[in-house]
Design a binder for this molecule. Structure first.
Ligand code: PL4
Length: 409
């Protein structure tokens, strides 16, 4: 008898972002005259840069010519792209082999799939609040108990609180865990871990034979040169960490799709030899994934040219100017906020007594602005609200003006 994977039934609610889209559609149907301003989903809006467009065209042209046509490629990605990635890290002082890189179609699939190479018995620790994929993928894999409505938590998961008191970066767990998800700059709080904080996690992981899964999807938004962009800037991290990243937010690849994971040869867990964990991930990817599009990989190669990097950095600056406009607006209306400095998210504290979802409804109905309720990122997000800096400048300005004019505080 076929049976479904019952773990799906444990999932507390629909996946956050489709849920926001559903509520927005419902509202728009009831208020067709209202022009909505979308600062909810962290979705890029600006056009691909000229270098990337040339790279993609080059990919198409190669396929149009029988002498350069290619079909299936290596599941791990093009050799040149893996090397370009290794060189990019090397320029930032991080020595990695191109074999440590696995090109994929994004950080979301990598961050949800990576758990499959670890034991089903693994105890998981997540930042609270965090990108929901880390929790949901482990719920589906059966690493949690039921969801407690009272606590807003899954049994068996360790939630590491990220609060105003600890500047939204957690202390190391006070008990033994096996897999630790860290995201810096953090989605949704916009907080960035310092070298010292990451060092404490690396020390914890080594002492407890745990593995850190480091999501660096927003690393290019760090402008402070004193803050680490990669876990591998920390001494000893290669032995206990892997990292995930993508071109979604750096180069506007949210719809183009290209990411990568770094599983260093040095990463060793109990009972494995150097290179064995990397081989497991290779095995997993070779079985379940047929490689990123060859056209897209040409576009990605173009990002890592001198001109391509300059253009992508300009994109980042564009969105960060949006973040500054949002922060200024929040100051003007007197709402407390965090993040927004080295990250494209502004993390608002909702007014006293208003829950995250109630603030979502209030902001939408009074101002037409869509944001993301903090509680959608975990129980620690209750009482907070995320505004995304991804958007056309005029839309961001209109959204801020509408908040200033219409929000009834
Ligand atoms: C909506 C910490 C956004 N449908 O594009 P990818 O797959 O390379 O990256 C996804 C990703 C990975 N890691 C972190 C992220 O925040 C994201 C993207 N998050 C958001 O608004 O929080 C887009 C969400 C998209 C999704 O489900 O990822």
């Amino acid at each position: 008898m076929a049976e479904i994977n019952k773990n799906y039934k444990k999932l507390a609610a629909g996946y956050l972002f489709p849920e926001i889209a559903r509520r927005t559609r419902e509202f728009q149907e009831k208020h067709p005259q209202m022009i909505l301003k979308k600062l909810g989903i962290g979705n890029t809006t600006e056009a691909l840069t000229p270098s990337v467009v040339d790279g993609l065209k080059n990919g198409v042209n190669k396929l149009a010519d029988p002498s350069s046509y290619s079909g299936y490629g290596d599941e791990q990605g093009k050799v040149e792209l893996r090397q370009a990635l290794a060189d990019y890290y090397k320029n930032r002082g991080i020595e990695l082999s191109s074999d440590d890189f696995f090109v994929s179609d994004g950080a979301k699939p990598d961050s949800s799939n990576i758990q499959s190479i670890f034991s089903p018995e693994s105890v998981i620790a997540v930042q609270d609040p965090a990108y929901p994929v880390y929790v949901d993928s482990n719920v589906i894999a059966g690493r949690t108990g039921e969801f407690s409505n009272e606590m807003g938590e899954y049994e068996g998961l360790l939630y590491m609180p990220c609060t105003e008191e600890n500047n939204f970066f957690p202390d190391v767990p006070d008990k033994k865990v096996d897999l630790i998800y860290l995201c810096s700059p953090n989605n949704p709080t916009g907080a960035v871990a310092t070298h010292k904080q990451l060092k404490m996690f690396v020390e914890y992981a080594k002492k407890n034979k745990a593995v850190i899964i480091f999501d660096a999807a927003y690393s290019e938004y760090i402008s402070d040169p004193n803050l680490p962009k990669s876990i591998f800037e920390i001494e000893g991290a290669k032995e206990c960490s892997l990292e995930i990243n993508s071109l979604s937010k750096f180069s506007g690849f949210t719809g183009v799709r290209l990411g990568w994971s770094i599983v260093p040869k040095e990463l060793v867990i109990e009972g494995t030899e150097p290179g064995e964990v990397r081989s497991l991930w290779n095995r997993r990817q070779s079985t379940f994934f047929n490689g990123a599009s060859n056209i897209v990989q040409e576009g990605a190669l173009a990002v890592f040219s001198e001109k391509g990097l300059k253009e992508s950095n300009e994109l980042v600056n564009y969105y960060m100017e949006n973040a500054r406009i949002i922060m200024k607006g929040m100051e003007d209306v007197g709402l407390n906020y965090y993040g927004g400095i080295n990250a494209p998210y502004v993390w608002l504290k909702t007014p006293e007594g208003i829950s995250s979802w109630d603030f979502f409804d209030k902001l939408l109905s009074e101002t037409g602005v869509i944001g993301t309720p903090g509680s959608g990122f975990g129980p620690g997000g209750e009482g907070y609200f995320r505004l995304s800096a991804f958007g056309h400048r005029e839309d961001i300005e209109e959204a801020v003006e509408s908040i200033k004019k219409n929000l009834n505080l």
